[in-house]
Design a binder for this molecule. Sequence first.
Ligand code: BG6
Length: 474
Amino acid sequence: MSQTFQFPNGFLWGGSVSANQIEGAYQEDGKGLSIQDIMPNGIQTPPTNEPTEDNMKLIAIDFYHRYKEDIKLLAEMGFKVFRTSIAWSRIFSKGDELEPNEKGLQFYDNLFDECRKYGIEPLVTISHYETPLHLVREYDGWANRKMVDFYERYVRTIFERYQNKVKYWLTFNEINSILEHPFASGGINTPKDQLSKQALYQAVHHEFVASALAVKIGHEINPEFKIGCMVIAMPIYPLTPDPNDMIKVMEADHKNTGFTDVHVRGYYPGYMKRYLKDNGITIHFEPDDEEILKNTVDFISFSYYQSSCETADPAKQIKGEGNLIGGVPNPLLTASDWGWQIDPQGLRYIMNAMYDRYQKPLFIVENGLGAVDELITDENGNKTVIDDYRIKYLKEHLLQVAEAIQDGVELMGYATWGCIDLVSATTAEMKKRYGFIFVDRHDDGSGTLERYRKKSFYWYKDVIESNGSSLFRE
Ligand code: BG6
């Protein structure tokens, strides 16, 4: 690592959250129910019929009422960018109405104004695992073509409303997760084991068209908009040097690159067409779809938590723990308390792989360590968390980011996941914390909701203030 290395000028340092994991106020000011309101146990577990009291997201960290205090804390760390999502069901409570909910729109006006007050750029995810429940039950979510129209109305509304407040947009959070999690990711009500591949890939197509339409409409409304796709980035290694393992790697990679290829190149790649054909899937294209898909994204954003392996040996095909997608565990890596394998170099690798493939700017919009934190009182009587493990994790990853930038990768920014503690997505726990800011709320519903700065708060402040130079000092 060169000692003279500098992160680029104007690099967007910051953090990420999603509406459903922080806001709470699940029925306030005209908000309708979303799928998250009936998912008390997270993405891996079937939903309930109605919202239940044990669902941590109904109150979450009460950001809806405390956003001013929280944005102030993020500003104190020097944040340049704050990624959150708009809860679709605050804007269109059912999703298929013609008129938006003014109070919902007003909330995000206030939030974005608050960010701007401190010079923080909002980065907005349009759909982050929080499809309005009515669209799921009435239409089967993205399996239905009508979703494209509902989404179009929603994006037009928010693009017009926030055109002078938000410049950076992401169309769908981790769009490639729909293959594994059709309910959470695609709002598809049909149980996964009854959902045909035909219907699943048709839903993927609907999202592709909706995403490209958003790019088109956004650029018409404000040519300065930067609109990106958002995928789970996961490097996949062969478990052994066996060429058969490598072919498995290639096939697994294609399941992910298919999503970025369509977003960046504007058409289905050959290997995807082959997969569809081999599986007897015929995607129905409406007459304009081919043209619409040519509205390609301005940048590629992604979450990075871990790598995984693939093998052709059926006896070794064990599925490891991980962030929604993932394969065979790597015997050479350690893991977090939740079994997510830790691989900082994988980040450098995947950044290079993506940049080599597309030469489009990248944006890391999620990365971080979910861990159990202990709130203590320090010698000055302040409550805090000594989260050296989190600092270590982030530092190791950022050093690899610096390597990738030196490799020539163009990177717009780095936003850690869960910059303030929030409810986890896969398990819906508070106990799994990612933040620089501790929130006093616990899985049994107890807690004052007070906020406390962790040790990593001061560490990250220093990283941002020095534009990354502090990483090389320690
Ligand atoms: C990503 C999601 O999958 O990973 C986030 O975009 C999520 O919503 C994050 O919170 C971490 O996952 P978890 O389960 O630890 O919250």
